[in-house]
Design a protein around this ligand. Structure first.
Ligand code: NAX
Length: 300
């Protein structure tokens, strides 16, 4: 029997709690799955709670479920690795400290990833672009097996347009998954409203949800992970994701075709908007931010 092994780190966290019960949507309900949940040792008991709930759902696709307090065992035989777990930014913590703490976590995790044909590793834990760079640098897997997630930003953009009665099947996200991200709806020419209204709405949506809900996006993030993985596996649809740029040595979000990961997303983005200075300036800012993040994790 063909069983796919799907690993979710941060398995005891908020996003995972919305994600794991929907994980069969990635491959379709016919596919049997061995689900491996990974978290830090001190959360093993919580992981077991999630395991019990999954078992009680009596899902036909759930062949096996295992819990781990380390990635060494957790990553074995993986077909898909969803790197959701990360250290959160605590009160008074600076972004550069967050970068370093998570840089170390992702560097360690990278060492446990085993190369496998068609392995797909999605980095969700923030700062996701730079964490993805750590995975690329310190693992033996192909850079084409690693992406960082900006799908939630794309879906947020499409939602905003729909509310305004504007249909756009593509909302392109460029650069870093941070407030500098550049978000452009395809086929809409009003640059002023894109830069002054549309982009800030998407950029601030995460903070708006925290203010309203008292907690960060979880179910919508889980939904974006599933969307991303379906697109990636299908290989023939266009979607937003951060991929490795071999020239600038950063993970830069762009709009890509599933399997056509060309390793120069920065150049493609600048080429696409070369006649629109407002967008080019914003692309420069988000690229600079990624280069700065890259410098901050040097030597970890
Ligand atoms: P939670 O704090 O609820 O859960 C994180 C879990 O990760 C915890 O259970 C923690 O113990 C675990 N963890 C920490 N270090 C670990 C390690 N070394 N190995 C395994 N597990 C580890 O956060 P949650 O709300 O689930 O968010 C998870 C991450 O997603 C955060 O970094 C968050 O910023 C990021 N997000 C990324 C998004 C994106 O679009 N890329 C959107 C949603 C979200 O903000």
């Amino acid at each position: 029997m063909n069983i796919k092994t799907v690993v979710v780190t941060g398995g005891a966290g908020n996003i995972a709690y919305s994600l794991v019960f929907r994980i069969s949507e990635i491959y379709g309900k016919e596919q049997k799955i061995h689900l491996k949940l990974v978290d830090i040792d001190s959360n093993l008991e919580k992981l077991r709670g999630v395991q019990m709930e999954l078992e009680d759902c009596f899902f036909p696709w759930l062949e096996k479920i295992s819990c781990y307090g380390n990635c060494k065992e957790g990553f074995k035989d993986a077909d898909i690795v969803l790197l959701v777990g990360a250290k959160p930014r605590g009160p008074g913590m600076e972004r550069k400290d967050l970068l370093k703490d998570n840089g170390k976590i992702f560097k360690e995790q990278a060492g446990f990833l085993e190369p496998k044909e068609d392995l797909k590793v999605l980095v969700v834990g923030n700062p996701c672009n730079t964490n993805a760079l750590m995975i690329k640098r310190y693992s033996k897997i192909s850079s084409k097996s690693v992406m960082a997630m900006t799908m939630l930003d794309e879906l947020r953009g499409r939602t905003h347009l729909r509310k305004k009665g504007l249909e756009s099947s593509k909302v392109k996200v460029y650069g870093n998954h941070s407030p500098t991200m550049v978000v452009v709806p395809h086929g809409i020419d009003d640059i002023e409203s894109i830069t002054n209204t549309f982009m800030p709405v998407v950029q601030k949506r995460g903070a708006e949800i925290i203010n309203a809900r008292g907690a960060s996006s979880a179910a919508s993030a889980a939904n974006a992970i599933i969307n991303h993985m379906i697109h990636w596996l299908e290989g023939n649809t266009y979607f937003s994701a951060a991929t490795y740029d071999r020239n600038d040595d950063i993970f830069f979000s762009t709009y890509i075709r599933g399997n056509d990961i060309d390793s120069i997303p920065v150049k493609r983005a600048f080429d696409e908007y070369k006649d629109i200075p407002e967008i080019v300036n914003k692309l420069k800012i988000t690229k600079e931010e990624l280069l700065k993040e890259r410098n901050e994790i040097e030597g970890l």
